[in-house]
Design a protein around this ligand. Structure first.
Ligand SMILES: [Zn+2]
Length: 503
């Protein structure tokens, strides 16, 4: 996702830390009750304990005229402890829940749906959970968050970290990945788009039903639904990868630019593959709705882009950024949300490297530009290795984040650096990892002690000194740019759309 800043949330978190809020030990759940959170230090109620989801079968009907969404989601999971009670993350109103075929009792509070099966599930046991529900997602707010995007002729379910709970119940944390079938019934005349490949489309008298399957482990927030009038194109890349693109039929001039850039997706994927190794998934593409939600999101196999990215013309950099996440963010996902540098710093670095290989400025030149930001600037105050809840999309996580990787490249040299990047994507593919795992890998591959290097870059709120240790020898802290890299404004524009959307 391109950058989002929230000074308000940053202050809130800082105050909470100062007051010691959140440092007390939570009351432990009884041994046979699933915890209401998976254990993320930023979001204690996100995800759930006690079970591991293998597959979601989401079946929704959506009416754009009323924004009413009705659904039945079937969750196939395995209990990881004895469960007489467990939670799902969900904000719409459930009308029925069954567990292993028997009606279950349930209650809702905030975004937790607490389920009590008729028969407790034993550790290791299979669970099939079916939830029937309905609601108007754009009207539902949880903790001040209302991520569902209503458009003129449909809707877009896209958001990070929050979106899943607004259209299907889940264990809503990247740590519990699963495969997905998304079946969406919509009025004739609009399309329903999601991840992976279309298994079939059933044409009815007044509605059509689209069935999508995403066959590799996928995080809940990376599962999307876009409904509206789209021009859908599809094909197979030279390397054999199926692609499906969709641009709003009423997308205007922005849509024309979007169509041209999304058509380059196979080329972008092939470029990433040469740089970082095997593409992790079975399909690719992109979706550009006629909507101004202010960001793009790297939905697995098929990113979704706000139209503002094409307001000023072509913008291949946003496509490179979102597709870079397929390796860094989607293939390898964060263990906790505080690991967000592994997503945004890395995706941003892929745009620096794209710039370098396309003659628009080298990674080192862009590093020089970022390093030219004065030490007194608030930019350097973000601790990007642990930015705080609500600050995951601070601009520094992107720019200082990418600078960290270019500096690492300077420090350990290209052969070791690219080996680290490729090994990272391969070793943790379809799983999760933490920043400490990346540091350990970089040290192992390079044979260097990089503790102080990463401390300076990731874990201080100050500008790293221009030393060889920091990968900054040869970089002047105050150098005026001689010739700005051609790519710089384009790379920054990827983030500025978000800022302009909010100011
Ligand atoms: Zn991103």
């Amino acid at each position: 996702m391109p950058a989002r800043t929230s000074r308000l949330l940053r202050l809130t978190v800082a105050s909470a830390v100062a007051l010691g809020v959140g440092t007390s030990t939570a009351l432990a759940a009884p041994a046979d009750v699933g915890a209401p959170g998976i254990g993320d230090p930023y979001y204690k109620n996100y995800g759930n304990g006690g079970y591991d989801v293998g597959h979601y079968g989401i079946n929704v009907a959506y009416d754009p005229s009323s924004d009413l969404l009705t659904g039945t989601t079937t969750i196939t999971a395995t209990a990881t402890q004895d469960l007489r009670r467990f939670n799902l993350d969900f904000v719409l109103k459930a009308s029925a829940v069954t567990v292993n075929g028997a009606p279950a009792r349930f209650s809702a509070s905030s975004h937790e749906l607490t389920v009590t099966p008729a028969t407790p599930v034993t550790s290791g046991g299979a669970m099939t959970i079916v939830v029937t529900y309905a609601g108007v997602p754009s009207k539902v707010s949880d903790n001040g968050i209302r991520p569902w995007v209503k458009t003129a002729d449909g809707a877009v379910a896209v958001g990070e970290p929050e979106i899943a709970a607004w259209w299907y119940p889940s264990n809503d944390h990247p740590r519990d990945k699963a495969t997905f079938d998304v079946r969406a019934t919509v009025p004739k005349g609009v399309e329903a788009l999601s991840n992976g490949l279309v298994k079939r489309i059933t044409y009815g008298k007044t509605t059509d039903t689209w069935v999508w399957r995403s066959a590799k482990p996928q995080a809940t927030y990376l599962t999307f639904l876009a409904v509206g009038q789209f021009d859908v194109t599809q094909g197979t890349s030279a390397s054999g990868l199926p692609w499906i693109n969709a641009v709003a039929s009423n997308g205007g001039q922005e849509g024309t630019y979007a169509k041209a850039d999304l058509a380059r997706t196979p080329e972008v994927i092939d470029w990433h593959t040469r740089a970082w190794g095997k593409y992790p998934f079975e399909a690719t593409g992109g979706v550009a709705p006629a909507a101004d939600f202010g960001f793009a999101l790297e939905n697995q196999t098929r990113p979704v882009y706000t139209r503002g990215f094409w307001r000023n013309g072509p913008n291949i950099y946003v496509v490179v950024h979102e597709q870079g996440h397929q390796w860094y963010g989607d293939g390898v996902s964060v263990h906790n949300w505080k690991d967000i540098w592994l997503n945004e710093g890395f995706a941003t670095f892929t745009t620096w490297y794209w710039s370098e290989t396309h003659g628009e400025g080298t990674g080192q030149q862009i590093l020089q530009e970022v390093y030219g930001i004065p030490a007194t600037d608030a930019f350097w105050s973000t601790v990007i290795g642990d930015p705080g809840a609500g600050n995951e999309f601070d601009g520094a996580v992107y720019d200082r984040g990418a600078a960290t990787l270019q500096a690492l490249r300077n420090r350990i040299g290209d052969p070791a650096f690219f080996q680290v990047m490729r090994t990272w994507a391969a070793k943790h593919r379809y799983g999760n990892a933490q920043i400490a795992d990346f540091i350990a890998l970089a040290e192992r591959v390079s044979g260097q002690d990089l503790g102080r290097f990463f401390h300076h870059w990731l874990y201080t709120g100050t500008k790293p000194a221009a030393t060889a240790e920091n990968g900054l020898d040869g970089v002047s802290p105050t150098a005026a740019r001689v010739a700005a890299p051609k790519s710089l404004d384009k790379i920054r524009a990827v983030q500025q759309v978000e800022l302009s959307a909010r100011h």
